[in-house]
Design a binder for this molecule. Structure first.
Ligand code: SD4
Length: 315
């Protein structure tokens, strides 16, 4: 509700994102500025999972996707962006200063450089180098089910579950999404990612797609997600959750219904991938739901201090 700002981000690493966003909300700032700061904070964190420190594509290059959306359906997005540290801010710049919503690849990079963003070296982080070298031994594209905050869950599936943290200490996911409600009662969101590790060159996931990895309707709520992007894109995942909330469902139930839709398409295959949604409605209620156990989210408000919650899951 108006007057009660709140920010919620995907995963345990949401603590880092929320710590970026909260000062903005606390001083009465706008949700759109808060979520951009959340993205910047997590893209700065070399130990996490997104931004230039993330895992590369199968050709060894890190390609970044991000989008941002405010309370008036303004949105900006970048995809397949290389060597730029803050894709979320490039997305914001596209939203604020161009007639377009989305720029990709070389054009997105050119736009970023023209707007003062530094062209970085493109060198892999130490962690990503190690993981990439290991991956090259077999060179199989086999997405690891994203989990955090728990040891190998036995969901009865055939998927490759990773332990809590990878060898180099990085969490096992590649995406961070944040949604926020500000003191004026307005909603905004952002999503930023290095995408599924070892993807084909040029592959773009759900994270920069408005309606898939992120959606905000200020009359209803704000939703973002993490997991296997292809499964989210085909169901317009985040938009779907917003529409379920519009029909009167509470945030968690809306997320559950969208996950059920995704699983229903191919329940057997669904045992092998992860998708997790987080939703925040305009009353400030938060909910989440995922395909697999191991999805988590972090809430920060005046009364909840960077608190991590486990999501309920389908399996
Ligand atoms: C993608 N949704 O590129 C992202 C990956 C992800 O935790 O969320 N990883 O499909």
């Amino acid at each position: 509700a108006a007057g009660q700002p709140l920010v919620v981000s995907t995963w345990d690493s949401g603590i880092i994102a929320n710590k970026g966003a909260w000062p903005v909300l606390q001083r009465g700032g706008k949700a759109i500025d808060a979520v951009e700061q959340a993205g910047i904070a997590i893209e700065n964190d070399i130990n996490c999972c997104v931004g230039l420190g993330g895992n590369p594509d199968r050709d060894g290059r890190v390609t970044l996707d991000s989008c941002i959306m405010d309370d008036r359906f303004n949105c900006g997005s970048v995809a397949f962006l290389e060597r730029i540290k803050h894709p979320v801010s490039v997305a914001r710049k596209i939203m604020d200063t161009t007639p377009h919503v989305m720029l990709v690849g070389e054009g997105a990079q050119q736009f970023a450089v023209e707007n003062g963003f530094v062209l970085e070296s493109g060198k892999l982080s130490a962690g990503a180098q190690k993981t990439y070298r290991k991956w090259l031994e077999k060179s199989e594209y086999k997405p690891i089910i994203n989990v955090e905050n728990q040891k190998r869950p036995d969901a009865g599936g055939k998927g490759v579950f990773a332990p809590n943290k990878l060898d180099d200490g990085t969490p096992n996911h590649d995406t961070m999404g944040t949604v926020a409600l500000d003191a004026a009662g307005n909603l905004s969101g952002m999503c930023t990612t290095s995408g599924m590790g070892f993807k084909m060159r040029g592959r773009v996931g759900d994270s920069p797609i408005i309606g898939a990895g992120l959606y905000v309707d200020n009359e209803v709520g704000a939703v973002t997600c993490s997991g296997q992007g292809e499964e989210v894109i085909r169901m317009c995942g985040s938009h779907l959750v917003v529409e379920f909330m519009r029909q009167g469902l509470a945030p968690k139930e809306a997320c559950r219904r969208a996950i059920e839709r995704i699983v229903k398409r191919d329940p057997l295959r669904a045992k092998e991938f992860q998708v997790g949604f987080i939703a925040l409605n305009r009353q400030g209620e938060v909910g989440a739901f995922s395909v697999q156990p191991g999805f988590s989210y972090t809430i920060t408000s005046a009364t909840v201090s960077h608190q991590v919650y486990k999501s309920e899951s389908y399996f």
